[in-house]
Design a protein around this ligand. Structure first.
Ligand code: HPA
Ligand code: ZN
Length: 324
């Protein structure tokens, strides 16, 4: 089964590139940039990755990304992940990146985007891995900041496949970002948003009604509202589910308690993703394998889930045809 999962043509639609920063690379970038880490060893970093909820993870995630300073660092970060993902049989990666915490540390947007974009071009050439870029706004900062970042990204609008919305969900409903998402829509940029990870089903509804998103990141709490589930099914709205993330952040207690089987029974368009693989215990293969073991999924189910991602990915039709 492990071989079948590795060979399965996989597309990853929900990945925070800053969350792919493995402790080894964290140490080498810290050294390169003369940054002191609050850890003595790689093992100590890994041992610190015990989370109670989304916020306790975000605290370490924002701290960890502090080692990223130059365009080269962002390039190395992305290439490091692309090589690992490619070795697991991932053929397409859509990466969220969070400009705001980098800008707040005095890193230029150019360094972030140009480093990532250079890695994307090399991945295509060297690994036959296609990619898409999703510029995410952190929802626990003011909407005005997000709007400023969107305007500042004008030289890169053409390169963005979508904008996204992430970070602490409680108390930061999608409606806060209506104007930013309206602006992106006017610019012809696609929109996705995290909703219903820790937040209530109403946030999923808002993301659909007010932000006009083409998919929902996480979305697992939709099950608390049967009318919403029916709507998501009718609209064939993709959910980018992240099983190991949900266990690590205690959205569910154990993988066996994950609502994926109910979501599948409800006829929803689901995809499997890793979210922040360096923090949550593995990449795409580990996520597929954990689900297969917990739910006894057949090859047919695994294939269906992998194909779903390819069908709704931001990729040109020639590439989609090649992967399907
Ligand atoms: N949820 C919300 N925001 C995030 C996450 C996540 O899992 N990872 C990085 N930013
Ligand atoms: Zn996420």
């Amino acid at each position: 089964m492990q071989d079948f999962i590795t060979r399965l043509p996989k597309a990853e639609l929900h990945l925070h590139i800053e969350g792919s920063l493995e402790p080894e690379l964290m140490f080498s970038l810290a050294e390169r940039n003369g940054i002191a880490l609050p850890y003595a060893s790689v093992e100590e970093v890994r041992a610190a990755y015990q989370f109670d909820d989304l916020q306790s993870f975000l605290d370490l995630y924002y701290q960890g990304m502090g080692v990223l300073r130059t365009s080269e660092d962002f390039f190395d970060l992305a290439m490091d992940y692309f090589r690992r993902a490619s070795a697991e049989g991932v053929l397409h990666v859509e990466l969220h990146f969070d400009p705001q915490p980098h800008l707040a540390r005095g890193i230029e947007l150019e360094a972030v985007i140009e480093g990532l974009a250079r890695a994307c071009r090399l991945a295509q050439r060297e690994l036959d891995l296609s990619t898409a870029l999703i510029m995410a706004f952190v929802r626990d900062r003011p909407a005005e900041d997000a709007m400023q970042v969107l305007e500042r990204a004008a030289p890169y609008w053409e390169m963005l496949d979508a904008i996204g919305l992430d970070s602490a969900e409680h108390g930061h409903p999608p409606e806060k970002f209506v104007e930013v998402f309206e602006r992106a829509r006017a610019l012809g940029i696609a929109r996705v948003a995290h909703a219903g990870e820790e937040g209530p089903p109403a946030y999923i509804e808002q993301a659909l009604d007010l932000l006009d998103v083409c998919r929902i990141d996480h979305g697992v709490r939709c099950l608390e509202d049967s009318a919403l589930v029916e709507r998501l099914r009718e609209e064939k709205m993709p959910l980018t589910v992240c099983p190991l993330s949900n266990v690590k952040l205690k959205v569910v207690e154990r993988i066996e308690d994950h609502p994926l089987p109910q979501l599948l029974d409800a006829g929803l368009l689901l995809t499997i993703n890793s979210d922040d693989p360096a923090y949550f215990g593995g990449g795409m293969r580990a996520n597929f394998l954990a689900c297969q073991r917990a739910f006894g999924w057949t090859e047919t189910t695994l294939l269906r889930l992998a194909r779903n991602a390819i069908e709704v990915a931001f990729m040109d039709e020639a590439r989609r045809h090649e992967l399907l």
